[in-house]
Design a protein around this ligand. Structure first.
Ligand code: FAD
Length: 290
């Protein structure tokens, strides 16, 4: 089923989770088991990330197919284009269609270090990939957005202008980069709605369960951590179990605030940690019934 039909059709809270493929084929069984455990939570869908270097593209399709076909949960296959030629990208789209995958998250991906970019045989921006996917099948297309602005773009106004261009190319829904202060998200929503972007937006919530994960997330996304989160890290960062519990509580608190403010769709960056996904769903067990 297309994710957009779920989001707009069923009047309920939609929670989705994300997993990433293994770096090598050897790790595939473990990731499939992770998918099995997360699927037991009956999320609206599970997304599967795509290795920017192209190395895990095969496993993205395989895991997305397992989630949909064997586990009966809708899947969303991520697809990046910066590190592949247009022809390689077309082949991946064709393969996803053959596997019956109906939902693709269309991304440019980070530009590989040392690569001359753009080149003629590659798509430069995600909107071009969106156009290509639309030409090559009847997919529901998601895309990324950045409440704090994309790291490469100095001006948030330009970022929103390009986001509008991407959505107009055929995006059905958006998922945000992680953020740790909900006011940033509310402000972003206000600005994009003003700019005429009307598609559903799923806030992306990342449960931070260790100090090293926080450092990595900050490097990756340039996100700002509020003082409230920094105090938690300061106090519990050296105690792994306590930090994990506090990180789960912080993410739960963010989700409850979003739901209390009328948001119905939440994406959780559970990142191959079923225990974290399970703990958050336990915390929300009554809330998501409302
Ligand atoms: P784009 O939308 O193309 O934007 C990239 C930059 O170009 C932005 O600064 C934008 O403002 C600018 N821009 C866009 N259009 C134009 C234009 N016409 N002219 C000038 N500038 C323009 N990475 C992975 O490798 N694998 C994944 O699976 C993955 N999943 C992700 C999921 C989500 C929800 C998010 C938020 C990010 C994900 N990423 C993933 C990271 C993403 O690939 C990077 O953030 C990447 O740098 C940008 O991708 P994009 O699709 O947002 O690019």
């Amino acid at each position: 089923m297309k994710i957009i039909d779920k989001l707009t059709g069923e009047d309920k809270i939609h929670i989705s989770f994300e997993i990433f493929p293994p770096k090598t084929d050897a790790g595939i069984e473990k990731v499939l088991e992770t998918a099995d455990r997360i699927a037991e939570l009956k999320p609206s869908y599970i997304s599967v990330t795509y290795g920017a270097g192209g190395g895990t593209s095969k496993n993205t399709a395989r895991i997305a197919n397992h989630i949909k076909t064997d586990l009966g949960v809708e899947s969303l296959a991520h697809l990046t284009c910066a590190s592949s030629t247009k022809e390689e990208v077309r082949q991946v789209i064709e393969n996803l269609e053959v596997l019956g995958i109906e939902n693709i998250l269309a991304l440019r991906g980070d530009i590989p270090q040392g690569m001359v970019f753009p080149t003629e045989d590659r798509f430069c921006y995600a909107y071009e990939l969106v156009e290509e996917i639309k030409k090559n099948g009847d997919f529901c297309i998601g895309a990324a957005c950045y409440p704090e602005g994309h790291v490469e773009n100095e001006h948030k106004v330009d970022d929103i202008k390009y986001l509008k261009q991407k959505v107009d190319a055929g995006v059905d829904f958006l998922t945000t980069q992680m953020f740790f202060d909900n006011d940033i998200h509310y402000n972003f929503l206000y600005r994009i709605r003003e700019a005429g972007i009307t598609v559903p937006v799923l806030p992306g919530i990342m449960p931070i369960t260790s100090a090293s994960q926080m450092k990595k997330s900050q490097e990756l996304s340039g996100t700002v951590f509020p003082r409230r989160f920094l105090s938690i890290l300061d106090r519990f960062g050296d105690y792994p179990d306590a930090m994990k519990q506090a990180g789960i509580a912080y993410a739960t608190d963010q989700i409850i605030d979003l739901l209390a403010n009328g948001i119905k769709n939440i994406h959780i960056y559970s990142m191959n940690k079923p225990d974290v996904a399970i703990a958050i769903m336990e915390n929300l067990s009554e809330i998501i019934k409302c």
